[in-house]
Design a binder for this molecule. Sequence first.
Ligand code: SAH
Ligand code: SF4
Ligand code: F3S
Length: 418
Amino acid sequence: MNYFIETIGCQMNICESDKLGQALSSYGILKVNVLQKADIVILNTCSVRSQAEQKAFSFLGRAEEFKKENLNIKIVVVGCMAERIGHKIKHRFKSVNLIIGAKDIDNAALRIADLCNVSNYSIIESEKASDIIKYITIMRGCDNYCSYCVVPFVRGKEISFNSSDIIEDCRLAVNNGAKEIMLLGQNVNSYKYDDIKFTDLVKNIAKIDGLERVRFMTNHPKDLSNELIDMMATESKVCSHIHLPMQSASNNILLAMNRKYTYGRYLTLIKKLRTAVPDISVTTDIIVGFPGEAEEDFEQTLKAVKEIRFGGLYVFRYSSRPNTRAASMCDDVSLEDKKRRHSIILKESNKISIEIVASMVGTTQQVLAEKIEGGVIEARTGSGRKVFVKCASKKDLGKQLNVNIKEAKINSLFGEII
Ligand code: SAH
Ligand code: SF4
Ligand code: F3S
């Protein structure tokens, strides 16, 4: 049997789709890259913004159309939206066979195999192409209840996974050829398992022979300790990149968002990080149009974007989510204002990105070679910027290369091996 999987949502969802795929292949259910060739169509969903849910609905519309001519296929919906409104999905899309919420994702492969009457399987060792970058989830859920956010509702309480298991997974990945490990969680810096804190975990992972780089995301500013900053400064394998969502620079809005820091505190963290790790790239998330966001609140956020000069940012228009605290506030910023503020932030951030990449032309950067296509290697700097390297060969894959940057575009650099 074959499955096709479509994934919407964050890096964690991508990671879980990957894991689900691996588990399915051990039941002899194998992946195809086009929906039309699948016996099982799986949709992994996200609830963070209404747009993400709309996307899922339109995918399901297409899947239903396909099923009309292929009555035997199974449609399975998993993930955050399945957790939040599984019954509604089932009601609206009658041909959906199985709904598995985010909290039950670990059982998804078994339930899908059951649905398809795949039993008495001889567990087939799945042969997976070795990943140069391995994503490893270290925790699930979130207890922060930012007032706009649905994640604590769909993912449940924050639970840190067993540190020995994580380290073992990392070791296994490195034995299988991984050179970089990306640790994932909604709030990785609050990781704690028995006496093991996040910094202890990272230090232990960094000890693995053969591993070149460690990254992690996402960090909550309220939990960013001096210890973590020191670790970033001293552990050479830890990349000079931190994703630190700011959301807003207005203290009124930060308070209403229940973020538990002020802009002043956020700025202090940035200064500390930049002192400790001079080449660090700080990236962020921003929400515009949160309830009550006045023009002057927005101006503060814009000013902060100019002042901090983020290495990159994601900006979102506020989207009211059911059950969250902000859902009971008046969504009073007009769509027009949300769109305008969104595009102002984006424009400013693009301008800064262009300046940052332009200043990299002529410098030498150490990059990790991730992929090769037609003699061009796709690599990444420690700060997370994509670099295309010409005249490379397959044997360079998985290696750290010193590259001279020749040309810069907003989202990519072009270089030559020195
Ligand atoms: N745990 C991460 C974020 C997860 S969601 C953290 O705290 O940083 C990713 C981003 O989506 C958030 O940082 C926020 O900027 C955005 N987001 C979350 N809920 C949103 C909503 N209701 N409307 C618009 N953007 C939202
Ligand atoms: Fe959502 Fe806040 Fe938790 Fe991030 S920290 S997942 S924004 S509640
Ligand atoms: Fe991720 Fe979306 Fe769920 S951001 S945790 S897939 S709601």
